[in-house]
Unconditional design. Sequence first.
Length: 404
Amino acid sequence: MLTSLRLINFKNFGDETLHMGPLTVIVGANASGKSNLRDAFRFLHGIGRGYTVSEIIGGKYGSGGQQEWAPIRGAADEIVRFGQRSFTLQVRAPSIDYLIEVARSKKPGGMFRVTKEILRRGPRTGTTYTSHPGYGDPVQGQDDETHLLLRMEKTGSQRKYGDRIAVRPDQPALTQIHEHRRVVKAHKEHVQKSIDLLVNMRFLDLEPNRMREAAFPGQTRLGDGGENLPTVLRSICADPQRRKALAEWTRELTPMDVRDFDFPVDRTTGRVQLVFKEANDRRVSAYAASDGTLRFIAMLAGLIGTETERLYVFEEIDNGIHPSRMRLLLDLIEGQTEKEKIQVVTTTHSPDLLALVRDNAFENTSVVCRLEQTDDAVIRRVNDLPNAGKIRRTQGLGRLHASG
C-alpha cells in the first residue's frame, strides 16, 4: 500500500506531499489541482508499464497506430511547474522509497530525460541503487550525457563501491535493471516489487454511455470509461457468492429492486448485453438504467471483480450519485479495502461526502487549494488544520469545507 506521494515542481505543485491510507479522499474546488494528482499517479503507472518518459507524457502507440496509452493532460511543457526545468516524484510504501527526477533538454524541442533516480528499501534504510550516491563517488558527477549512471548497493566482498551500471536516460532505470546481468538477484527482486506496486493501478473515469454498450464475449477487464461492463459482470456472476453480493449491493445502492442479472447475446453481432432482473419479473436493460445506477454497478465491478488491482483512482466519486446513498458507497469501499487489501484514492468537491467519512478516512483526507495571486497549489491534511477535530465533532466536515 502506498503511504505517501511527494510532488516537486510537478504541474502546479511546488513541494507538496499527499499522505495516503486505505481510503484517501482529496477535496478541492474545480481547477484547484486535484486532477494533477491523478496525472502524477498516471506518470508512476506509466513507469511500471515500462514506457519511456516521452511515451508516458506524450502517449504510446502500437505498431498498427492504435493508442495504447493516452498522453498526460496538457501541453508537454506544462508537466513542469512554470519557471522550472525539472520535476520530481517520490512515492513511499512499506519497504519501498522510490524517487525520480525528470528534466527537459534546454535545446528547442529537446526531449525529456531522467536526471536523477533512487530506489531505497525505506527512508533510512539500504539503497538498492542511486544515480547520486554522494561526493567522492565518481557516479555523482554524471559525466556521461548519453547515459544515466547508477551505483548499486554493495554486495558480498565489495568493499568501497557497489557495481556501476549505465542505463538509457530516456526511460526510468527501474524498468531497465533486469537487462543487466551484473545486478544481483536480491536487487532485481526489490526492483520487481517496486514495479508491481506501480503497475497495479486503475484509473476509472466512468462514462454511462460506454457502460450501456454491449460487449464482445471474453472481455473480462473493465475499461477505464466502463467499457465491457456486461461481460465483466457476467464473469463475476459465474461465482454464485459474488453474484449474490452484487445483487445485494445493487439493491442497497440504487432505487432498483434488483434480484438477479441476465446477459442476453445479440444474435446478429454476438455481443453480450446487460439486463437487470427485478423482483416483479420486470427486466430493465442497461440502456434504460440511470447514469447513477450504471456508475454504482461499474464501481462494484471494479472493486469486487475477478481482476482487482491494488490501487484504484476515481475522479469525483460522488458524481451522479444521490447524497442519500453516499454512506452506503463509502461502506462498500471501506469494506473492500479491508477485505481485499486494495487501496482507493478519490477526489471530490462535495461537502456531503466529507461529512460522511469515518475516522480512519478522516485521517487521510486532504484539501487541495490554490494560493491567492498565484497558480501554485498546496496539499494539507484536514486533520492538521486548526480545530479540525472540534469542528468535525460539532459541525461536520461538510461545514468545514463549505466555510473554506
